[in-house]
Ligand binder design. Sequence first.
Ligand code: 7TS
Length: 417
Amino acid sequence: MYPDVWGREIDIKKEILKDFPILGRKIGGKRLIYLDSTATSQKPIQVLDVIYEFYSRSNSNVHRGIYKLSEESTEAYEKSREKIKKFIGARDKREIIFTRNATESLNLIAYSWGSQIIRKGDNILLTVMEHHSNLLPWRRIAREKKANIHYIGITKDGRLDLSELDNYSKLEPKILAITHVSNVLGTINPIKDLAKWIHDLGGFIVVDGAQSVPHMPVDVNDLDADFLVFSGHKMLGPTGIGVLYGKFEILDEMEPFLVGGEMISRVTLKDESWNELPWKFEAGTPNYVGAIALGMAIDYLNALGMDWVYNHERRLVRYALDKLLDVPGIKIYGPLDDRDRGGIISFTMDNVHPHDIATLLDEDGICIRSGHHCAQPLHDILGVPATARASFYIYNWEEDIDALTASLMKIHKLFAI
Ligand code: 7TS
């Protein structure tokens, strides 16, 4: 039992499951068990309703009309920005830029700011556990500017190898671009310590929060992150809406990424000047309905409380690690300690390809992802081309893990030599 926002005791499990219509679906006659929230989360009815309601009642473009509908749209859009600001502990709502997703946010930072501050011979520090989205934009800018890329490696148990930091200190990296939580290993990285480290060296930290912001309390001021990015669709929101947080003084100095409508202050036939923050970075008609629906997703998460979300997943991870380690032939990647691990478990099974695992689990209604999860360099280091990955969110419970374990036991028997 759990107190709801009004302090009533409710059965939280029933309440949550009732909010996700898709989870009532059957796959091949079996209950749908969704264990792929790292790729994208499911959406509660409250978020779906906002989208329908908004298009049915208030739809009109933002920041343009001076008629009632347009004022309503603009107000709802900007209110959502305010909610996001509070959710991640930003100081000023001008520090919140709406983008399409984490990938676009990272490209924006690398393209606009990276190209302003990176010079020939500079050092950019990444980690070997980055998603391609936090790897390729930096590699491109490094190639263009003739800068150097370096990678912090990992230990055998899938944590960052912090013993390498002394060597990197000597290089005085200008940027450390790092994921908060690995989408393969589940490792939660010590961002606060690393921010202090890079700031003491005169550099900046870009935090990929795609797998942290949906799952745990994140406070940009506490972390002292210069930038933080995340995607709405991984945190109960719709696709096509993402966020870029940046410290005001940095964003203010940055040149825009895309140019065109809405991001200007004045255009003549000869020259132009840019709009104020945050609109300088929001060229063209934004996904305002997506932003408003993301605001509702944040209301939903806030009603549960991010501490509850984090503790719920941590309990599931502990339970899953214990259960899965009992399946013969299974190898789990990443830390086996639930204290610094998010709700993501990648694994392989002797004699079975991860794609076969995913296909066979699908026959039991269980959705997991298999492949390299857009982290191919990390898989090279792990020495496997692919892994199977189960991941958890607020609508998963121990019975989902029991079902996963039972199916994996069956698969092991099928392939046992
Ligand atoms: N960074 C991390 C750490 C991610 O896990 C992902 C998506 C992204 C960035 C990119 O997010 P997007 O919304 O811009 O696509 N990760 C995954 C995954 O692990 N499986 O599917 C998408």
